[in-house]
Design a protein around this ligand. Structure first.
Ligand code: FAD
Length: 289
């Protein structure tokens, strides 16, 4: 299908983009276009104006600082996945971007677009939760920052206001290992279930664990019982199995996603299995398994 008619404006700076969306009641930002254009072509979205943020230099690129890395909102997944330094600093984010869609999607899709769109089956929400990232947002009232834990509100709903845009994501260099394990939807490649893990090891013992899941609830979700099951324990078959068993225990079973690809019951089974896989991969990366 063809999309409905729309006006188009290319923003040269973040403030130009904010002016354009604030002054228009039905404007949408366009970044990689890999979620927005399909919804426009199918008639599910009919924005009157698109504000293209693709040429705003300050939104592009990866900056490595002492203690954290800043990833600009317009940075493509392929550039994140190919950043060798990020694989050392925050492997869970690097590995997750490497597993999104196919090469074409990774060459166009953006970090900011992915988390702002907040599709329940997207891969990056779980990773930014596991990485304990901070999301930078700009709007008519200036700039603000939101912890990943407070960023995702629901299905396609985030903390970003109508007149605001995500400018980047700040990823701390904490944790000594991380990994992402995903059961892809065989048709689309999105996550039927995806589990992102960041571990801070003290020898063989897990000093701190953060685990985020995609595809299970209406938005990316921390799996705190699974974190508790490995924290303070040596990473072993027993502790990993306990984390898998605990993975879905705090989730409201009536809110678990259910669709023609997978029942809620099957998703919860996958959640346990993929929590174990992600922990095993992180443990191997940490050299303790
Ligand atoms: C065939 C196919 C397979 C895919 N497979 C996967 C997959 O396996 N895993 C996965 O995670 N995703 C997958 N995707 C989705 C893809 O990752 C999208 O790129 C992503 O969901 C949105 O990013 P985008 O840059 O394309 O945003 P766009 O499509 O341009 O925008 C999406 C929405 O976010 C808003 N937006 C964009 N940037 C910002 C910003 N900086 N601040 C505020 N709002 C913003 C837009 O206004 C729009 O509402 C797939 C897409 C396709 C077409």
């Amino acid at each position: 299908m063809y999309p409905a008619q729309f006006d188009y404006e290319k923003a040269g700076s973040v403030s130009e983009a904010i002016d354009a969306i604030s002054g228009h009641s039905d404007a949408e930002l366009i970044a990689g276009g890999h979620s927005l254009l399909p919804t426009m072509k199918s008639g599910l979205a009919e924005p009157e104006m698109l504000v293209d943020i693709g040429d705003i230099d300050e939104l592009h690129g990866i900056e490595h600082h002492d203690g954290h890395t800043h990833i600009g909102a317009m940075t493509r997944y392929a550039d994140v996945a190919e950043d060798n330094t990020l694989w050392e600093e925050a492997p869970v984010v690097a590995e997750t971007t490497e597993m999104i869609g196919d090469r074409q999607v990774r060459n166009r899709g953006t970090v900011g677009g992915n988390i702002a769109h907040a599709d329940p089956a997207s891969d990056l929400p779980g990773a930014v939760l596991a990485a304990d990232a901070t999301v930078h947002i700009a709007g008519p009232d200036g700039e603000r920052s939101v912890e990943a834990d407070d960023f995702f509100h629901g299905m396609y709903a985030t903390d970003v206001g109508e007149d605001e845009l995500v400018t980047g994501v700040q990823v701390p260099h904490e944790g000594t290992a991380g990994a992402y394990a995903k059961k892809p939807n065989p048709a689309s490649g999105y996550a039927l279930v995806g589990v992102a893990v960041r571990l801070t090891m003290d020898g063989d013992t897990v000093a701190d664990a953060r685990i985020g899941a995609n595809g299970v609830m209406d938005h990316g979700t921390r799996l705190e019982p699974a974190e508790d099951a490995v924290e303070g324990q040596a990473l072993s078959g027993d502790s990993i199995g306990a984390a898998g068993d605990a993975a879905g225990s705090s989730l409201d079973e009536y809110m678990v996603m259910e669709d023609q690809q997978a029942s809620a019951e099957f998703r919860l089974q996958l959640l346990g299995a993929y929590t174990e896989r992600a922990l095993e991969a992180a443990g191997e990366r940490a050299g303790v398994l």
